[in-house]
Design a protein around this ligand. Structure first.
Ligand SMILES: Cc1ncc(COP(=O)(O)O)c(C=O)c1O
Length: 381
């Protein structure tokens, strides 16, 4: 990179912070003054706002997306031979949560177009799991890069097999499918407020969504060490899964600009999709508004040009990321849960995928610069 070309931020959290800094300072000051650092009033306020935004009856804040997934599994109750179906092309926490909650993750391949769980492969995985003596219990579609999975097809398969659907919406809070927001597409939804997410705090955070009041009560209990009517009466094995008050206060402010930020992300995605040529873009169904947590596409060919393209872009001050270089079935600690099956689409995606900067404050001239540089890099490679 030449010295006069500064690196473009991959996700520009500073630009967002500059916009809301006075409100953030005030909210943090309020929490500091109150001294209620854990379960202060902002947590309940945030839960009300999250439920409103998502259309779910109930929302419960928790300590991370991973803890949200673990809590969802704890609520549904996993026995040692219960199978939980997860896509192979996802962040590791989707499968990790299943094992932490005592179940068996069963890996399912994804679709070449949407990059999300393939309902046809799910059917095959259920048959295989049954043949292996497992009890199909939960399916966990992931809304990759912010695009909701095929809930109509997956829910139908889940119903036929008496299974629950848990949405790993850790990348998709703010997205919608057929007019329904993420949070209201599954029995339980888990999301993450990791700083780089579409709705991110300034630390770790997450939330759970459901319409079921019994699940809500169980979530509340599991979130605080399996508490009963009193915090020091423990009726089940839980975790410390609370969101702290400061993060809730920050999220409340960020929620006030989330809808606008979603529109800004969508506008940028449309430009990228029109401008970046000779790649395979993620297929977004017409009924979906993606949250565009990431902007990722498949490079042409077998992925061999990826290193060159990344180096070329880096030289022009454009950072890139690979989400994800190693699918679940190739991760050392998880390979045994997929040993008998093949996952050709996930393998192909892992070789060819690349992500470029995406955040609501990416200026038009920077978008044009990135589009041109990507096209040039691919042509040259
Ligand atoms: C698909 C998916 N699931 C789960 C998680 C875990 O969320 P957290 O980092 O908040 O624990 C993430 C976060 O990166 C994710 O992208």
């Amino acid at each position: 990179m030449s010295a006069d070309i500064p690196m473009i931020p991959f996700i520009d959290l500073k630009a967002q912070q500059a916009r809301i800094r006075p409100q953030i300072d005030e909210a943090i000051r309020k929490v500091l003054d109150s001294g209620q650092y854990i379960m202060g009033p902002e947590v309940a306020e945030l839960e009300t706002e999250l439920a409103k935004y998502s259309g779910a009856k109930y929302a419960l804040a928790c300590s991370s997306g991973t803890s949200a997934l673990v809590l969802a599994m704890m609520v549904l109750g996993l026995k040692p031979n219960d199978a939980v179906f997860v896509p192979s092309f996802t962040f590791i926490a989707t499968a990790e949560a299943v094992l932490l909650a005592g179940g068996v993750p069963v890996v399912v391949d994804v679709e070449e177009g949407s990059f999300n769980m393939d309902p046809e492969d799910l059917k095959k995985a259920i048959i295989d799991a049954k043949n292996d003596g497992l009890n199909p219990k939960i399916v966990v579609p992931v809304d990759l890069f912010g695009c909701p999975a095929d809930y109509a097809a997956i829910t139908e398969i889940a119903k036929e097999n008496n299974m629950y659907v848990v949405d790993d919406g850790c990348q998709s809070f703010g997205a919608s499918l057929e007019g329904k927001m993420v949070g209201s597409l599954a029995d339980i939804t888990a999301t993450s407020f990791f700083p780089a997410k579409p709705l991110g705090c300034y630390g770790d955070g997450g939330a759970l969504f459901t319409d079921n009041p019994e699940y809500l009560e169980l979530m509340k209990s599991f979130r605080v060490h399996g508490m009963g009517t009193d915090r020091y009466e423990n009726v089940r094995i839980g975790i410390n899964g609370r969101l702290d008050t400061m993060q809730a206060a920050i999220l409340l402010i960020k929620m006030s600009i989330l809808a606008e930020e979603m529109q800004l992300r969508e506008k940028i995605a449309v430009r990228y999709r029109e401008g970046i040529k000779n790649v395979s873009h993620q297929v977004i169904p017409e009924t979906v508004h993606s949250a565009w947590a990431q902007f990722s596409f498949l490079l042409p060919g077998d992925g061999k040009i990826r290193g060159k393209v990344q180096a070329d872009l880096k030289a022009k001050g454009i950072p890139t990321m690979i989400y994800y270089p190693i699918p679940i079935h190739r991760q050392e600690a998880y390979a045994k849960y997929a040993s008998k099956r093949a996952f050709p689409v996930s393998d192909m995606l892992a070789e060819r995928i690349v992500s470029v900067p995406m955040h609501p404050y990416l200026e038009e001239k920077t978008q044009s610069y990135i589009i041109e540089a990507v096209n040039e890099a691919i042509e040259k490679a």
